[in-house]
Design a protein around this ligand. Structure first.
Ligand SMILES: [Mg+2]
Length: 225
């Protein structure tokens, strides 16, 4: 029987792929850099690959902050101080909270049946602030953020920290909903958690990592939990 539900934040509850380009745009505007809509996929591709390196343990968050906009500017052939834009981008992102379609309804539905916990590799203060702006904060009993736990999903030690705090709740009594196969699903399966993959991009299933359940819309959650 499921007692606790862990929910990823970015691209599961809050639409990072909408929030982040808007934050880039506002940061560019602040410094008078001409922003074009075609920059968004370029930024997201570079950003996603850097976060992938963090998940793999080959890059730290601090290193990402240093190189992210250097890479973006190099790809866009823009000559500007990357550090200034990084700082401004994170200020903008701190206050951006565009919900994923169906996320609020899912939280309302699940919170009646289970205790809910956020589980994110993002920055602690930033993620909590964004959940507050989105009106999602009060649905959660607690927040598990890698910055505080000292380890990132999919590292088993992230989940060890979670279960230490969940006192008495077993992995087999826990579900995890997330969009990342390599962070959420891989990590959850390693620990024996019931995993629900939110495959919003309709990407091909992984051969090695098999979630217990896959949904393409958050509204499907009531079929599973
Ligand atoms: Mg995510």
């Amino acid at each position: 029987m499921i007692k606790a539900v862990l929910i990823d934040i970015d691209n599961t509850l809050l639409d990072f792929h909408k929030c982040a380009p808007l934050a880039v745009k506002n940061a560019f505007i602040k410094y008078g850099i001409n922003y074009k809509e075609e920059y968004a996929p370029i930024f997201l591709k570079i950003n996603d690959s850097l976060w992938q390196e963090i998940e793999n343990g080959t890059l730290t968050r601090e290193e990402l902050f240093k190189i992210r906009f250097k890479r973006v500017f190099s790809a866009l052939d823009i000559d500007f101080n990357a550090e200034k834009i990084e700082t401004e981008f994170r200020k903008e992102l701190f206050n951006s909270a565009i919900a994923v379609d169906g996320a609020m309804d899912m939280l309302k539905y699940l919170s009646v049946k289970y205790k809910l916990y956020a589980a994110s590799n993002g920055m602690s203060d930033q993620q909590i602030n964004r959940l507050k702006i989105a009106g999602m904060f009060d649905y959660f009993t607690d927040f598990f953020l890698s910055e505080k736990l000292g380890y990132q999903k999919p590292d088993k030690r992230f989940f060890d920290g979670v279960f230490k705090a969940l006192k008495g709740v077993l992995p087999s009594e826990t579900a995890l909903i997330g969009d990342s196969i390599s962070a959420d699903i891989k990590g959850g399966l390693l620990c024996g958690i019931f995993t629900v993959w939110y495959n919003h991009n309709k990407t091909a299933p992984s051969i090695e990592i098999k979630p217990n359940f896959t949904i393409e819309s958050l509204s499907e959650i009531n079929k599973i939990l």
